[in-house]
Design a protein around this ligand. Structure first.
Ligand code: PLP
Length: 352
């Protein structure tokens, strides 16, 4: 019936807008491995500033920024701890173990929400010669597989205070910290300052084609620069990419509120007919989880049925799908999305 495609698989799928491409084309560049790219330096300084940190490091991906941060804090045979839905544990292909010899443990966290009591109960900062010592805690904000949930800044502060003197570092996976900032009005630096290292993505809701930034102290970033080169992440005239990031910081932060409000419109429209599938109170930013299992669907079948109508989404587990709002999805697309989802949920209810 339709050729329409509405792609809500992820906010990574956005394509750079024309003005961003123009900014990229005219970027001043140099060899960044020699530290000579002024645009990369400007981006690193600006992001570090926004996050309340001393120094920044531009990386090709968020996974690399996270993995560099983690390895600064945790040695081989030591451990990091994170909630069981954390991107660093679920979606970075075991990188901490493969590249850094790091052991990991996790705690259960409904919707990925941080309760400082969980890591405090688990961690063993100095476990001696017989057990693994905990050297870092990773906090994700907003929480991707938790459904775009925003972490409480009070919970983060409480954890920081309790761990600071114990030699347990804190790393923030802030791939979507921008969304947390826009949803709450809390400054990026109020989150960022609580951590030893912070990773943020430019290539998600901000709409840049490539790139993330790791931020931390001058000393830590000097070490991270060496490791980035060792990992093959040293880039040359990367100012072309950094220019996209700078342009995104100027133009695409505040508009994340539009993504949040469309995600809410969608959730209200689905919840009004299928209250068991979505709790709108759980939709805090641009990510929506729909419990299609409640209506008798397997998530993979639901994704295929929606895909046949041009509505793309992602199965997060056997019973739930994830839809992510972004720059390339407007009000009409949002209306199409809830029509398709409601129709499919209603079909399942009618099946024998
Ligand atoms: C996307 C994402 C990352 C980094 O992903 P890359 O694809 O490696 O850029 C890290 N953490 C979270 C929570 C993410 O959603």
């Amino acid at each position: 019936m339709t050729d329409r495609v509405v792609d809500l698989r992820s906010d990574t799928i956005t394509r750079p807008v024309v003005a961003m491409r123009l900014a990229m084309a005219s970027a001043e560049v140099g060899d960044d491995v020699y530290g000579e790219d002024p645009t990369v330096r400007a981006l690193e300084e600006r992001v570090a500033d926004l996050l309340g940190q001393d120094s920044g490091l531009f990386t090709p991906s968020g996974s690399m920024a996270n993995q560099l941060g983690i390895r600064l804090h945790v040695g081989p045979g030591q451990e990091l701890i994170a909630d069981e839905l954390a991107h660093v544990l679920r979606a970075e292909m075991g990188a901490a173990a493969v590249f850094s010899g790091i052991s990991s443990r996790s705690w259960a966290a409904p919707r990925g929400l941080l309760d400082p009591a969980d890591p405090l109960r688990m961690m063993q900062p100095d476990a001696g010669t017989y057990q693994v010592s905990t050297k870092a805690i990773v906090v994700e904000n907003t929480h991707n597989f938790g459904g775009g949930t925003v972490q409480s800044v009070e919970a983060i502060r409480a954890l920081r205070q309790a761990t600071r003197s114990l030699g347990v570092a804190m790393h923030l996976d802030g791939a979507r910290l921008w969304n947390a900032h826009v949803a709450t009005g809390i400054e990026l630096s109020a989150y960022g300052r609580q951590f030893d290292t912070v990773a943020v993505c430019l290539s998600k809701g901000l709409g840049a084609p490539v790139g993330s930034v790791l931020a931390g102290s001058h000393e830590l970033m000097a070490q991270a620069r060496v490791w980035r080169k060792r990992y093959g992440g040293g880039m040359r005239q990367a100012g072309i990419l950094a220019a996209a990031g700078l342009w995104a910081l100027d133009h695409h932060i505040e508009r994340l509120a539009d993504d949040h409000s469309r995600a809410r419109t969608f959730s209200d429209a689905v919840a009004s007919q299928f209250p068991g599938a979505i709790d709108p109170a759980h939709v805090e930013t641009n990510i929506v989880m729909v419990e299609v299992g409640q209506a008798g669907w397997a998530a993979a079948d639901f994704v295929a049925a929606a895909g046949a109508q041009g509505l793309r989404m992602y199965a997060v587990n056997q019973a739930a799908v994830r839809l992510v709002w972004h720059l390339d999805v407007d009000d009409a697309d949002t209306g199409y999305a809830f029509d398709v989802v409601n129709t499919l949920l209603a079909q399942a209810a009618k099946r024998p």
